[in-house]
Design a binder for this molecule. Structure first.
Ligand SMILES: [Zn+2]
Length: 399
């Protein structure tokens, strides 16, 4: 009895998780301020970045020398190039923009963040950007691929820069163009905003808001996944009885997934499955299925929590069509009876991926497949759903 029940439990568990996560993430999506291409897998990273900026701005208002570099980082290198006049000006600006930035961050609902996979350029198309602020529309466009690739400190610098464009100083929004105090030249404004962004990133590291180490924990926002794994499946009782076999089959899978861009929620998957049950007593019975399936995938990060590990947990749901080859044989020392057939089916799969490091993942999945077939020679037919539980590993990458 227990043997029959156990492989079904993970299926139920996954369905339950699906329901809980699905409900809570819908609520989160409704509460979120992000408007993008149907929501991005990077939304929770952006929320993290905004929270980090808020805490860094608070720290900057208390700091006596915010523009002086205290810890080694990519952003600190920029601060080290400041001359004395620029350092003083930077300090004064930090005091000036702090409060407006905090009130901007407190009323996030007035801001829109839009993910885009188009290359962002200036009006002349001369220069490309990782993000662009549109103060009139209270909107910030972010290049999904760039955001996915850079470190958390670089994200803080980038988004701070864009948020500063929303800040009004002496009647106008801060601009990239023209000189700004000792930040001279046509590019002075941009240099100042980059510098202020570097101040917040450095302070975040200095204050322990961001880790000093760049995280090597696998990030879910990637375009391609390769995976392989194994587990067990259950065929229907009536079929098992006709085949003179037990219900449990061993399953091996491998496959790949493709998402249009690293932050996309929707993707396509291709999976190969090999299933078999063999038993020998008096004579040998062997039941084998080999299939390919193509599926549409929807993925999300259900846990919007502070823990870096749990916030990266990824949940995928996929549904698609399968094509399988089925072979059944009965053999003793004298002869072998074989029957082969093909089947077209549908399947649904739910998968939870846990991050390891360097883009490796472990996963658990539960699948159900309906692919009716008939083995003419033996008068055996399959009519109902078969289930599978798989444990495996995956590697994710983007170009
Ligand atoms: Zn700018």
């Amino acid at each position: 009895m227990q043997n029959k029940l156990s492989p079904r439990c993970p299926t139920l568990l996954v369905l339950l998780l699906f329901w809980i996560f699905g409900t809570s993430s819908t609520q989160m999506a409704e509460a979120s301020t992000f408007v993008g291409n149907g929501g991005s897998l990077l939304d929770s990273d952006l929320r993290r970045t905004l929270e980090t900026i808020k805490r860094a701005v608070q720290a900057s208002l208390k700091s006596s020398a915010p523009c002086v570099c205290t810890v080694a980082s990519e952003q600190c290198q920029l601060l080290e190039t400041l001359n004395e006049a620029q350092d003083n000006y930077c300090h004064a600006m930090v005091q000036k923009v702090g409060r407006p930035l905090l009130s901007l961050l407190a009323e996030k609902s007035q801001l829109r963040f839009v993910w885009t996979d188009e290359t962002l350029t200036d009006r002349k198309g001369k220069r490309s950007f990782d993000a662009i602020a549109q103060p009139k529309d209270k909107q910030i466009l972010i290049d999904t691929e760039r955001f996915a690739k850079v470190s958390e400190a670089a994200r803080v610098q980038l988004i701070s820069h864009e948020l500063l464009h929303m800040v009004v100083i002496e009647g106008s929004n801060m601009s990239d163009d023209g000189p700004h105090g000792p930040f001279s030249g046509d590019d002075g404004g941009r240099q100042l905003l980059d510098t202020l962004g570097a101040v917040y990133a450095s302070l975040a590291i200095d204050q322990g808001i961001l880790s000093r180490k760049v995280s090597s924990l696998s990030h879910p926002a990637r375009s391609f996944y390769l995976f392989g794994g194994g587990g067990s499946g259950q065929i229907e009782t009536a079929l098992a009885r006709s085949l003179l076999l037990g219900r449990e089959e061993t399953v091996n899978v491998f496959g790949g997934q493709w998402f249009v861009e690293p932050g996309s929620r929707w993707g396509l998957g291709l999976t190969h499955r090999q299933q078999r049950i063999n038993e020998t007593s008096v004579f040998t019975r062997s039941f084998q299925r080999s299939s390919w399936d193509v599926s549409a995938i929807y993925r999300l990060r259900p846990l919007d929590v502070e823990s870096e590990f749990w916030s990266r947990l990824q949940w995928q749901f996929q549904g698609g069509v399968s094509h399988s080859w089925i072979r059944y044989s009965m053999k003793d020392s004298y002869q072998e009876l074989v029957s082969e057939t093909k089947a077209i089916g549908i399947l649904a799969e739910s998968r939870i991926l846990l991050p390891l490091t360097y883009n490796f993942w472990v996963y658990m999945s539960s699948a159900a497949e309906l692919a009716p077939f008939r083995l003419k020679e033996f008068e055996i037919a399959s009519k109902t759903w078969h289930t599978q539980t798989i444990f495996g590993a995956a590697y994710a990458f983007s170009f």
